[in-house]
Design a binder for this molecule. Structure first.
Ligand code: HEM
Ligand code: HEM
Length: 181
């Protein structure tokens, strides 16, 4: 496996948006895993926070994709061959699943016929009719896609850590701040 030296890094905006995405996904998932174990009122607040942060994730994702397709720095594959292609496929899959998850989240809330609150600042109301069967399907899909994202992102992070601590080839530095090596 010929590793290309990390001669350069992603630009600052790409790096900030990458880590913001990772943090939001982690918090969104943790909230959903924990809210079943807390009293009703707190559960409602956590679900409301999940929606608000979900709206933030949607905005971050739009910005990220817009930045990537316009001014964002796109680096050549860090490693050549099959491994590089697998990394690229993983990145595209993560983008696709993130977009799907945002769409499913909005659609589920819409089918629940409940208000979107954005940090309690303003309600977003959409004309929607409560649709139980549709809501159940969207909920199941949102659950499955959520787990898939977390598992694949975990794998992606583990590979990044192997590059850093075992292969020591500078791949992780591409997504970290600081001056270019
Ligand atoms: C939910 C969490 C995460 C998501 C959704 C995610 C998603 C992505 C995506 C889509 C890319 C491709 C960037 C591009 O070229 O457009 C990327 C790159 C990268 N990510 Fe993540 N990531 C996550 C967490 C992490 C974590 C925890 C680490 C480190 C431990 C990490 C390390 C990296 C590195 C080093 C790159 C650059 C790889 C390269 O240059 O080939 N990511 N990530
Ligand atoms: C990658 C980011 C996300 C992950 C990992 C995630 C994960 C989850 C999980 C695991 C659940 C629980 C599913 C169940 O109980 O069967 C859930 C519930 C939910 N999520 Fe997400 N989600 C994410 C983003 C979003 C976004 C962007 C929205 C849209 C604003 C959203 C809206 C919802 C709604 C409406 C619920 C149901 C809450 C309720 O029962 O009142 N999620 N999410």
């Amino acid at each position: 496996m010929a590793a290309r030296a990390a001669a350069t890094r992603y630009d600052r905006t790409t790096i900030v948006l990458h880590w913001l995405t990772a943090l939001l996904v982690l918090v969104l998932f943790a909230l959903a895993m924990l809210w079943d174990f807390v009293p009703h009122d707190l559960r409602k607040q956590m679900q409301s926070l999940h929606i608000s942060l979900g709206i933030v994730l949607a905005a971050v994702l739009v910005l990220r994709l817009a930045w990537r397709t316009t001014r964002g720095r796109r680096l050549p594959l860090a490693v050549e061959g099959l491994q590089g292609k697998a990394a690229k496929a993983m990145h595209y899959l993560l983008y696709l699943l993130l977009v799907m998850q945002v769409v499913l989240g909005f659609a589920w809330r819409w089918a629940q016929a409940e208000t979107f609150q954005f940090f309690g600042l303003f309600p977003l109301r959409f004309a929607s009719v409560r649709n139980r069967p549709l809501s159940d399907i969207l909920g199941d899909l949102h659950d499955v896609v959520g787990w898939t994202i977390v598992i694949l992102a975990g794998l992606h992070a583990a590979v990044a850590l192997v590059h850093h601590y075992v292969l020591k080839d500078g791949v992780l530095q591409r997504m970290l701040g600081g001056s270019a090596p």
